[in-house]
Design a protein around this ligand. Structure first.
Ligand code: SF4
Ligand code: SF4
Length: 285
């Protein structure tokens, strides 16, 4: 089984545009959307939901008013100001650390598992898609990413599908680290801007720490030829392959407005051709 992770180190580089189109160019695939805080791949690919699962991210404290003696200890120890002066826990502010539970002298605080998100296995044209949504204000997106990836592998094994394509979360935080487990290769989508180059370096650094081999794709190449050159030069010096340069085109925004992957919206356009070339290179490897 091969697992390819598409990441960017930041939002707005066109990572999801590339991933959505790439996914259409495999015969059979399990597509895994690890951007669980703000998923958007489903808007382009319109998966048909088949199964739904609850994600238990962590517990929340709940005070039993009958048992509580109003001693105030829980208000004192809660670092997150989640307990009001009238001894009610605010579920949004509660981080589920459990400190109040251990400190309550009369055992008046219950600690219950809470559903903090949901994930789905869905049908797409050429395989399955595993995608998720963390509920607003909930934490633990790294744990949900791990869960979504585990499910994607399970589905791939069950269906006999060899390729898993993962749309990674933005940034370089805990969810991105969670998305790196079991990855065969990472593809970093960058853009020729100051922040594009800066974030590409940060994510390459993370790949190195996690011993994940990475290639680079320069999206919107030519939009800023000086920065495009800088990215090429940096990669050359570090021995990192620039797999492809995707030209800037307004077709991409038109495809997004039409909620369609660019390879289907304008299959003969220059961006679609470039992404087909990228798929060919990945397949040959
Ligand atoms: S620590 Fe327990 S008894 Fe004291 S106020 Fe909080 S819930 Fe009530
Ligand atoms: S579990 Fe932690 S965050 Fe939640 S109310 Fe208790 S002390 Fe505060």
């Amino acid at each position: 089984m091969r697992e390819i992770l598409v990441i960017s180190g930041k939002g707005g580089t066109g990572k999801t545009t590339v991933t959505a189109s790439l996914s259409r160019l495999f015969d059979r695939i399990v597509l895994c959307d690890c951007d669980v805080d703000a998923p958007d791949l489903h808007l382009l690919l319109k998966p048909r939901k088949e199964e739904r699962f609850e994600f238990i991210g962590g517990g929340k404290a709940k005070i039993d008013g009958e048992k509580c003696t109003k001693c105030g200890r829980c208000v004192e120890v809660c670092e997150f100001d989640a307990v009001s002066d009238s001894f009610v826990v605010d579920e949004i502010s509660c981080e589920g650390c459990g400190v109040c539970v251990w400190n309550c002298p009369v055992g008046a605080i219950e600690f219950k598992d809470a559903v903090s998100g949901e994930y789905f296995v869905s049908e797409i044209k050429n395989g399955r898609m595993v995608h998720a949504q963390l509920f607003p204000g909930e934490e633990n997106s790294g744990k949900l990413v791990t869960e979504v990836k585990r499910k994607a592998r399970e589905v791939a094994e069950k269906e006999g599908i060899l390729d898993i394509l993962v749309d990674g979360p933005p940034g370089v935080g805990c969810p991105v680290m969670a998305s790196m487990g079991n990855v065969s290769k990472a593809i970093i989508v960058t853009e020729p801007t100051v922040s594009g180059l800066h974030d590409m370096k940060r994510i390459l650094n993370l790949c190195e720490q996690f011993k994940v081999g990475a290639d680079v794709v320069i999206n919107k190449a030519g939009l800023n030829s000086k920065k495009t050159d800088e990215i090429r030069k940096f990669c050359r010096e570090k021995g990192i392959e620039v797999l492809l340069e995707i030209p800037f085109s307004r077709e991409v925004n038109q495809a997004l407005s039409a909620s369609a992957p660019i390879v289907e919206y304008r299959p003969e356009g220059k961006v679609a051709k470039a992404i087909k070339e990228l798929a060919g290179k990945i397949r040959r490897r």
